[in-house]
Design a protein around this ligand. Structure first.
Ligand code: NDP
Ligand code: CA
Length: 310
């Protein structure tokens, strides 16, 4: 009884270069923690049944698998065992790291803490090393985490190994400085780890492109570029990666609209975007936007084909 899935097409990036390096498809997605969507998220116009796990679980797995990414970078995972079991059946393995004090645990029917995960296709990608860290602010651990993996591409012994990091920075207005501090900590960590090697950083940064943390990523010595800017001729970010309505006593109609770009796939200059999954129009999302029966999270997935340049 589920409606058709949200339909999205790939934008093929026009480039004339003859580079024939291997291409990896990367997904970035905040899948929406099940414990939070019933509680603190307060999605007021979203149909209640779209938030029920029995309606969401299939939609989440469909979204993770329908574009066949080789690497999946996820946030708000509070059902890792479920994801691991289902993706394990079709050739994926993964690493999960929970937040130290997940807000999910405040809800009666929680199924454990939420956290970040990296999942990869074992027939294409080989795991070289993994590291899970808690992001620090001024020397102190915060409640935000990062999973960092170094991978190789199977059957491509001449291409360099590359590093993938996934994070979920502190949410909400008023925490711009903390996000900047967490992002800067992660950048320093990666600069030491990868030196001048290939790196991809995926995340829900909870920061629009005007925030300091975005500028810090853009200016990093890692030479990072945001993949989704390759969707537009002007190299600007999309208008939104999340679009939702939350209940609010401050507004007259009792709800607050949140439509912004806060999710990113950053890649170093060793990669070139070849194809990017387009952002659906507001009309495609429907009147109530996200989440919906057609799409199970308030964040859109970002999917990009990245080619390693030789
Ligand atoms: P965050 O503030 O980073 O956010 C938690 C979740 O809330 C995110 O997944 C976020 O989603 C969602 N969110 C964002 N905006 C709103 C909004 N306007 N209304 C409702 N939900 C929103 O979490 P923290 O890790 O800092 O944890 C916060 C909670 O954890 C506290 O309220 C407390 O219950 C508990 N806690 C935290 C401590 C800490 O050290 N931080 C210490 C003790 C308890 P998205 O990313 O999609 O925007
Ligand atoms: Ca959320």
């Amino acid at each position: 009884n589920l409606p058709p899935r949200l339909k999205r097409e790939f934008h093929v990036c026009d480039d004339n270069d003859k580079n024939a390096g291997p291409v990896i498809r990367v997904m970035q997605w905040n899948i929406l923690a099940q414990a939070l969507c019933h509680g603190s998220d307060n999605f007021v116009v979203c149909p209640k049944e779209a938030l029920h796990w029995e309606n969401r679980n299939l939609r989440v797995i469909e979204e993770l698998l329908q574009y066949s990414p080789q690497i999946l970078c996820l946030q708000e995972v509070d059902k890792f065992e479920f994801v691991k079991e289902n993706l394990g059946k079709v050739g994926y393995e993964g690493i999960f790291f929970p937040k130290p004090d997940s807000p999910c645990l405040d809800f009666e029917h929680h199924t454990g803490p939420d956290g970040c995960a990296i999942i990869y296709a074992v027939d294409k990608i080989k795991l070289i090393s993994q590291k899970c860290i808690v992001l620090k602010d001024d020397g102190y651990e915060t409640n935000q985490v990062c999973v960092i993996c170094t991978f190789g591409i199977i059957g491509n012994d001449h291409t360099p190994n590359f590093t993938v990091a996934v994070t979920h920075l502190k949410a909400k207005t008023g925490f711009e400085e903390l996000r900047f501090s967490q992002g800067s900590y992660l950048l320093r960590y990666l600069e030491k780890k990868v030196e001048s090697g290939p790196v991809i950083v995926c995340g829900d940064f909870n920061a629009d492109p005007k925030e300091k943390v975005y500028a810090a990523f853009k200016a990093s010595v890692l030479g990072l570029q945001s993949s989704y800017t390759y969707l537009s001729k002007t190299k600007s970010e999309p208008d939104y990666t999340t679009w939702k309505f939350r209940g609010s006593r401050r507004s007259q109609n009792g709800r607050e609209e949140s439509c912004k770009t806060i999710d990113y796939i950053w890649h170093s200059k060793h990669f070139r975007p070849k194809a990017i999954l387009e952002i659906p129009t507001g009309e495609d999302l429907g009147e109530n936007k996200l989440p919906s029966m057609a799409f199970p999270s308030d964040h859109l997935s970002l999917v990009c084909d990245l080619q390693l340049t030789s």
